[in-house]
Design a binder for this molecule. Structure first.
Ligand code: AMP
Ligand code: ZN
Length: 482
């Protein structure tokens, strides 16, 4: 008898920390509980697939940590108040909530299509205004922040000794970036161009009806402050991991560190992770450049959410990924092959059967290598290559007529283990079409035997509409995904 059960190796997970610029063994502050903060969408538009590259990477991170036995609490904020949402509100003459709600809803539909697991918390910035006001007050009390003549409150970077340690930009470089921000946002009354806004004073022309009362006057929180306040409110003063894309490193995350550490006097983040961009012809995919596709655009062209997920996921997160339709077609094809492989095994599988030693050895070896690759800073390309190796070895057993029903079942469970991390495969069997379609097929067959061609055709068309074909086999008819 062969022990069919596959084991997940217990491995230390090494992750690249942007701050130290090296891979570090991940060690949560509390037991095996990973508390992760991820910068989320600004809901003034549909998210594009560049944004989703980052969210898919974060999903891969959370699934990998869970695979290795960690308990994960992930927070992803929803930025529903900033210059862009306010601009949209004014253009549409609606309330902030009326304007942002459809984009929030769309975001949750999209992440579901992409197989992204839901985070434990999705705080909206507008639900945390009192915490943000307290945060600013404490920074004023501790003299890290000052009020300017227009009523805005700024953080004084001179007061925070270790400013710039994440981005490692020199102060004069920071000043160049900051100057652009001054011009863009009319922030001329800062004491130092590098200072950033914590509370933005209300300006009737710019802000319409969007403001909150505060001890510093009417206004609204700055974007950087939103993330710190919500992270600390939901996860505590020191986070295990904070994630975003590389464009968030400066100034967003640098400012988060300064204000959070000034606020708490404690280390804000143990490990910073940043994914590189999805690019198009050497340029970052972005709304402002107009070189973007939303997930909806791609679904309309006939791609499935999982094709897009596989395309976004299959390149290591710290390298740029160039988006092309040829690349997306390639991803779709590779995924189809892996799903066909699952199907091939499902067709012979019987979980009551005992797998052969040869088969189990192939599965365990590749599962071990897959786990090792993922534990090495989510080395997805290596991890996927072990799955491909496994399919080749198993297909060779098929070709040699050596696969048993127990083997088929063991292969399916190995693919399910991989899928706990990847979240991309389909395990639906073709002969397990939804029950209502099965009933339509029965109706259609009955109608045909009664020569009721109109009803038979109507049922066939309904089945087609649901994405299935009717296939005639020696054993009768069955449904097959189109
Ligand atoms: P935004 O909605 O613009 O605040 O962006 C949400 C998240 O998507 C942020 O973490 C951005 O850094 C990230 N992001 C924006 N564009 C890209 C891109 N082309 N590739 C990867 N991540 C991106
Ligand atoms: Zn953020």
């Amino acid at each position: 008898m062969t022990e069919a059960k596959l084991t997940i190796p217990k491995l230390p997970v090494r992750l690249f920390n942007t701050e130290s610029r090296q891979k570090e063994v991940f060690k949560p502050l509390h037991d095996n509980h990973a508390r992760i903060y991820t910068c989320g969408p600004t809901v003034y538009h549909y998210a594009h697939i560049g944004n989703f590259r980052t969210y898919v990477f974060e999903d891969l991170l959370r699934r990998t940590l869970k695979f290795f036995g960690y308990q994960v609490t992930q927070v992803m904020n929803i930025t529903d108040v900033d210059d862009k949402t306010i601009r949209g509100t004014i253009e549409k003459s609606s309330s902030l909530n009326e304007f942002t709600q459809p984009y929030k809803n769309a975001f949750f539909v999209d992440i579901q299509s992409l197989g992204i697991e839901r985070a434990e918390h999705y705080p909206a910035a507008t639900d945390y205004i009192p915490q943000m006001i307290d945060f600013v007050q404490k920074l004023i009390d501790k003299e890290f922040a000052y009020k300017s003549s227009d009523g805005s409150v700024y953080f004084s970077i001179d007061k925070f000794q270790r400013y710039g340690r994440l981005s490692r930009l020199k102060l004069d470089e920071l000043v160049v970036g900051a100057r652009a921000e001054v011009v863009a946002h009319d922030e001329y009354d800062k004491e130092n161009v590098g200072d950033f806004v914590l509370w933005k004073a209300y300006d009737a022309k710019r802000d319409g009806k969007v403001f909150w009362e505060s001890p510093f006057g009417p206004g609204r929180p700055g974007w950087h402050l939103e993330c710190s306040a919500m992270a600390i409110a939901l996860l505590g003063e020191t986070l295990d991991i904070h994630v975003g894309a590389v464009d968030n490193i400066f100034p967003h995350h640098e400012n988060e560190i300064a204000q959070s550490e000034a606020f708490s006097g404690k280390l804000f983040v143990k490990l910073w992770m940043h994914s590189d961009h999805l690019i198009v012809n050497h340029k970052k995919m972005s709304k402002s450049l107009g070189n973007f596709f939303t997930l909806r655009d791609l679904l309309e062209k006939g791609y499935e959410g999982m094709d897009v997920r596989y395309m976004l996921m299959h390149t290591h997160y710290r390298t740029q990924l160039n988006f092309t339709f040829a690349g997306l077609d390639g991803a779709k094809k590779s995924l189809q092959k892996l799903n066909d492989f699952i199907q091939r095994n499902q067709e012979i599988a019987d979980s009551k059967g005992t797998p052969t030693e040869t088969c189990v050895a192939i599965l365990q070896k590749n599962l071990d290598s897959f786990a090792e690759a993922m534990a090495d800073d989510l080395n997805i390309s290596a991890a996927l290559s072990h799955i491909y190796d496994m399919t080749h070895e198993i297909n060779a057993l098929f070709d040699g007529g050596k696969m048993t029903p127990g083997d088929g079942a063991a292969v399916v469970s190995a693919m399910q283990e991989f899928n706990r991390v990847l979240g991309v495969f389909t395990f639906e069997r073709e002969d397990e079409a939804p029950k209502e379609l099965q009933e339509m097929l029965d109706k259609r067959n009955a109608a045909r035997s009664e020569k009721n061609w109109a009803l038979a055709d109507q049922m066939r068309d309904e089945i087609h509409k649901h994405g299935y074909l009717i296939e005639d086999t020696a054993g009768g008819t069955r449904l097959k995904k189109r």
